[in-house]
Design a protein around this ligand. Structure first.
Ligand code: RP5
Length: 179
């Protein structure tokens, strides 16, 4: 049973969290990637994590990519989620210009359903890591959840919400019935 006092303080903490600067940047190589990357933003919204979204193409706007990566930390970003398909070196290039964690989401492409995107992102040579997730929507969702678990290291409220999310997942399986 949560006391009224406790309820108020957790409500205040949620309001305070909503006001903080964006902590996560969700970038993608093209508007065509949005259908996948939107899934990451829906998860961030659900957990009240402030974020920005930006289209940055590694091959069509290389200068923008450099400016963004070099300034992300100064702008108080903590984590970058980067989705890319055809020009899938985007997450690796961004990671080479910042020490912030970069979480890469391979976007499905017409070639081998996005296996090329996956390999481009996952096969980083040693020294510059990009955490790489599944191709497509599952990857976008898991990248956001991973960003949340990183932020939760220093945020008790977020940790609580993530624990609840996991419990809900387990319960949804326990409720499954084969008729
Ligand atoms: C990459 O090339 C994007 O990440 C996208 O997945 C792919 C195709 O881009 P569009 O031709 O749809 O703009 O830069």
């Amino acid at each position: 049973m949560i006391s009224n006092k406790k309820k108020e303080s957790s409500k205040a903490a949620i309001l305070k969290r909503v006001k903080v600067n964006p902590e996560v940047a969700v970038i993608m190589g093209s508007k065509s990637d949005w259908i996948i990357m939107k899934e990451a933003t829906l998860i961030l919204k659900k957990f009240n994590v402030n974020f920005i979204t930006k289209i940055i193409s590694a091959h069509r706007t290389p200068q923008l990519m450099c400016d963004f990566a070099k300034n992300a930390e100064k702008k108080e970003m903590k984590i970058i989620i980067a989705g890319a398909g055809g020009s899938a070196h985007l997450p690796g290039m961004v990671a080479s210009m910042t020490i912030l964690p970069v979480l890469g989401v391979p976007i499905p492409t017409s070639f081998n359903s996005g296996l090329d995107s996956l390999l481009s992102i996952v096969q980083m040579p040693k020294g510059i890591p990009v955490s790489t997730f599944a191709v497509g929507k599952s990857g976008a969702i898991n990248a956001a959840l991973n960003a949340i678990s990183i932020l939760a290291l220093n945020d008790a409220l977020l940790k609580k919400s993530l624990t609840k999310y996991r419990e809900d997942l387990s319960n949804s399986v326990l409720r499954m019935k084969i008729t």
